[in-house]
Design a binder for this molecule. Sequence first.
Ligand code: FES
Length: 109
Amino acid sequence: MVKIHFTTSGKEIEVPEESNILRTSLRYNCGLPNHCGGGVCGTCVFKIEEGAEFLDKVKIQERRKLGEEWLKRGYRLGCQAFVENGDVKISWNEEVTKSVKKKKKTGSP
Ligand code: FES
């Protein structure tokens, strides 16, 4: 089991390895914003505070929606990211969510 700490809502949930971030948030009411569930809208963007190395590989949808710049700054999409074999700490904020949602899928920040 691994822990996902949703710092913005103050919840810490223990889940099996290979759990999806957004699914966990929905199941345990952890409050990560979401909309499409398919890597398109960008609503579920979050920042990795700790444990980036324990998330699975960046998906093509995340590259398209976030672009290299945001990925480099530690952002991922909750509906696309899975926690693998260690604890992670994540956060999100309204301003970031808004700008990611507005972003065109070009890869530029
Ligand atoms: S919920 Fe739309 S991109 Fe994740």
